[in-house]
Design a binder for this molecule. Sequence first.
Ligand code: ZN
Length: 323
Amino acid sequence: MSQATYEGIAMSEIDEDTLREYAENGLERPRDAMFRDDRCHTTHVPVVGWAEHGDDILEESNFLVAKGLIEGAAEDDEHVFEGSARHWLVGSLRQVWVQVYEEPAPPCASSDCERGAEFTAQLGETKGDDYCFEHIESGRESLAWDAAEEKQIELEDELIETDVDEDDFHEKWASIYKNKLALTREVPIERTFTAAFREAVSIAESLVDYPILDESDYSERENERFEENLAEALEWVQRDFVEDSDDEAEVISDLARDDLSELYGMEGNGDVSWGKVEEIYREHRDAYFEEKATEIRDELSRLGLLIKDDRPQAGPGQLELSA
Ligand SMILES: [Zn+2]
């Protein structure tokens, strides 16, 4: 898939339900996480991350391409920021955070909660308070509780007038609470998703269909990594031939170039097999010195100097001359 095809996916409209689902998951704060930044999981959600010192080229490419696209889509600089976290396994983790909604959230009605509310809890047709994802259940319960409390006075009067006992009273109260709770429902607060968040979700959805965001960016990085690995492997192989001059080593590398290029893509992640590099290099080195020896022999015989025909085969880089 090319960049152009990806753009097609990015432009496609993601429906509101999908956006809400991503928002809900992203705004759920992981229990074991520590964040110094209070925007994390309150207004902003993590959308794409990359272990900077990991060596996965695809992750690197997708991270940087996604970051660029999201920043490009953002209508406000505040809507996107990059955070980093230390991770014991992968070292530094770069993470892009995106603001979900345009508008600031009303504060959650639950006591001591510092988060913004994403939902309003409704009791029947009566509008209730606003609650965050974490407190929506307790919000519904407290609404049902309040409604049952209101009925309590009525119940108490009934208790005096009629002859119901205490147990019946509690049972009635509990059934009012239960009925009221059944009437409660959570309704998302009307808010607008930011363009940056829409873009991030569309990127996430396109990654479900196809794992590469930008084919050309990815192959460029893979190629670059391959060249680095190849140069390293060649340097290692050439250590066996210290007697070769730098010029000779360069000429041999050039001659081997086409065959070495065919190793591209044989190993994943831009890797190259050092064994195969050595094999190819040795082959071209042998051929190079054989040809050089032939040239010298021809030159010598042109000059009238003779070489014994039954001499042992000269090794590469050496010539046995005889008068
Ligand atoms: Zn809350």
